[in-house]
Design a protein around this ligand. Structure first.
Ligand SMILES: [Zn+2]
Length: 322
């Protein structure tokens, strides 16, 4: 299933430098990813979203089929540890839909967990993340292909700092990219100071999420200059400054030479938002949203946001294991 270097041949060193994307069906070359929804959820459960759980595997399958029919080829699920990822379901869903799926390890804000769960994992978070990235999720599940962490509103609390330190350690050990939930899109530069400054994570291993929610073009540009990837995810939210500010924000980045840093995602977080339940869901990203962006930025640039950029962002030089 997983491509590994043979133990008896001179090909081994070359294999170690080949970057690959770790999907739930095994590692693939970056160009195999195709049109990629760089931040979304098939399964999600949080006490913050009571009654809106993404827990229905058949609805997830239908959503993937709708995404595939719209031209989609890959979905990165940013659901971290302890939030109902349903990792064991993901290989089957990937196989049946033909959509590549990347799973996440990592930890969200403390508010998404019980105190008991946090107490249980607090002591060796890095070890947990590394195990999920290299051996598999929950013992028998697929391997995670990225690390998800979260900041706070214009700052980082003790939980966020602890989680990010563990993520940096796991990043160093594995090569995986770190995706960051920015609360309402804020705190990007605090996150980069901590992850890339204090903790020495290479900036191109950091993906800042939800930047669309805070259309501060100066912050966007500063983060891009630092070398991080910028994810503009979660379109179609009436209460966020998302879709209508996005062409302007992305054009400013592209004009400044940072078109290669931009990722796009859907970030479906509730059952009601699924297209199969009448919401915009995953297909919206490749429908109205893509059309809207292409009118301003041109088809080729938008295609780059959806293919070449995620291929670079999620491909890792995975440390050899075993
Ligand atoms: Zn998300």
């Amino acid at each position: 299933m997983v491509n590994r270097a043979p133990s008896d041949g001179p090909a081994a060193p070359a294999m170690h430098t080949a970057r690959s994307v770790r999907t739930v069906l095994g590692d693939i070359g970056p160009t195999g990813l195709g049109v990629c929804n760089a931040h979304d959820h098939l399964f999600l459960r949080s006490p913050q979203l009571p009654g809106q759980e993404l827990a229905d595997a058949e609805a997830a399958a239908a959503e993937l089929n709708a995404f595939r029919a719209a031209g989609g080829a890959a979905v990165i699920q940013w659901t971290p540890y302890g939030m109902g990822r349903r990792a064991a379901e993901l290989p089957r869903l990937a196989r049946e839909s033909g959509v590549r799926i990347v799973a996440a390890t990592g930890l969200h804000q403390a508010a998404h967990y019980s105190p008991e769960l946090l107490a249980r994992v607090h002591g060796d978070l890095a070890g947990l993340f590394v195990t999920e990235l290299t051996e598999g999720i929950g013992g028998t599940g697929p391997r995670a292909g990225m690390i998800k962490v979260a900041g706070g509103f214009h700052g980082l609390d003790r939980h966020a700092r602890h989680t990010m330190a563990a993520a940096a350690e796991a990043q160093r050990a594995t090569g995986a990219a770190i995706g960051v939930h920015l609360e309402l899109g804020t705190g990007a530069l605090d996150v980069l100071d901590l992850l890339c400054g204090t903790l020495a994570v290479p900036p191109d291993r950091v993906i800042l999420g939800h930047l669309n929610r805070s259309p501060d073009l100066v912050v966007h540009r500063t983060a891009a200059e630092a070398g991080a990837y910028l994810a503009f995810d979660g379109p179609s939210r009436a209460h966020h400054a998302t879709d209508w500010r996005l062409p302007e924000a992305l054009a400013a980045l592209a004009d400044a030479g940072f078109g290669d840093r931009i990722l796009l995602g859907g970030d479906t977080t509730t059952a009601a938002a699924r297209s199969v339940n009448g919401g915009p869901g995953m297909p919206y990203l490749l429908g109205r949203h893509r059309e809207r962006l292409a009118r301003t930025l041109g088809k080729d640039l938008v295609a780059r946001f959806l293919t070449a950029n995620p291929a670079h962002a999620f491909a890792a030089d995975w440390a050899p294991t075993g």
